[in-house]
Design a binder for this molecule. Structure first.
Ligand SMILES: [Mn+2]
Length: 318
């Protein structure tokens, strides 16, 4: 898995310069975490806001069986290094890394920890950024079932690994058993729909234009009754990321099994944004927290607001 992104599609040798990046569900601590590919991605991406939308570290799995690869340290160092430079790194807690919640309010380098934030895109649109497991409590999952499900899921991924080795030997391409099972199981389909609707409702209740989440390992961009629903997927099964360009367009990138980063579905139509080379750099404010400067303070009281300092038509100096 050493192929680089340099020969990825038509953007050869280019950096992906963009305003924001969202990734989630890296699940460090499980052997299925695609850290190598994530490092490749982070090497070529240059952004102002980097969101880790929960489940970066899999505390459940680590508690069960300690597994810490050398690459994990490289990844953490890379994230910290980015946060010391020009990237604001925001680490949102998920259900597998709830333990970070006890550190809320503390600083790790320049990394901001939060349960949820309100992101203002370059076009002034507001997005609630949240891992999404909070919606489970509102549906029908209980905690025990959830943990059981999580182990079953790991087991299916194990099975998937062996199965795909066999497929490769026989000359077939990659095929995800987990994705297949999820698409076939009626309960899973119902769960996903309920999940998406609940998240969209959460965004609506906070007067946001959309929601950006993770948790269900299913990358997606769609409209749900007037609210944009964006799920940044995962780095376990199908590595994906959401990226925002300097005009506020958000699109999905899929980092495929064959190591090609391709643009996926999504309403954002721009290419990877390198035509807007660094035009937001000049206006970069310091790394101070900017939760005190919100034009929509009434609607978003108590929630950390990020990105509003350089958003809106006035700030988009393209
Ligand atoms: Mn999760």
């Amino acid at each position: 898995m050493k192929t680089t992104l340099k020969n990825a599609g038509s953007h050869s040798d280019e950096m992906i310069v963009c305003r924001s990046v969202w990734i989630s569900d890296v699940h460090l601590g499980t052997k299925h975490s695609r850290v190598g590919e994530l490092l490749e991605f982070l090497r070529v991406v240059d952004c102002k806001y980097l969101y880790l939308v929960g489940d970066l570290i899999d505390g459940w799995e680590l508690k069960f069986r300690w597994y810490w690869h050398d690459d994990y340290n490289v990844l953490i160092q890379k994230l910290l290094r980015k946060s010391r430079k020009l990237t604001k790194v925001i680490y949102i807690s998920g259900n597998h890394d709830e333990f970070i919640e006890q550190f809320m309010g503390m600083r790790f380098g320049n990394v901001t920890l939060a349960r949820q934030v309100m992101h203002t895109a370059a076009d002034g649109k507001k997005y609630l950024v949240i891992h999404g497991h909070q919606a489970d409590g509102l549906t029908h999952f209980n905690h025990l079932l959830e943990k059981l499900g999580s182990h079953l899921y790991m087991w299916i991924l194990d099975l998937n690994l062996y199965f795909n080795r066999l497929r490769r030997v026989c000359g077939f391409g990659y095929w995800s058993l987990a994705a297949y099972l999820k698409s076939k199981a009626k309960a899973a389909v119902k769960y996903v729909t309920e999940y998406e609707d609940t998240l969209a409702a959460m965004a609506r209740s906070q007067k946001a234009d959309g929601v950006i989440c993770g948790h269900i390992h299913r990358a997606e961009i769609k409209m749900i009754e007037g609210v944009r629903y964006l799920n940044c997927g995962d780095w376990v099964e199908n590595p994906t990321a959401l990226i925002e360009d300097f005009e506020g367009n958000i699109k999905l990138l899929r980092f495929h099994e064959n190591n090609v980063l391709r643009s996926g579905r999504g309403s954002g139509s721009h290419d990877s944004g390198h035509s807007h080379q660094r035009n937001a750099r000049g206006g970069r404010a310091s790394n101070r927290r900017n939760n005190n400067r919100s034009g929509s303070a009434a609607a978003n009281a108590g929630i950390l607001c990020i990105g509003d300092e350089d958003a809106g038509p006035a700030a988009a100096d393209a």
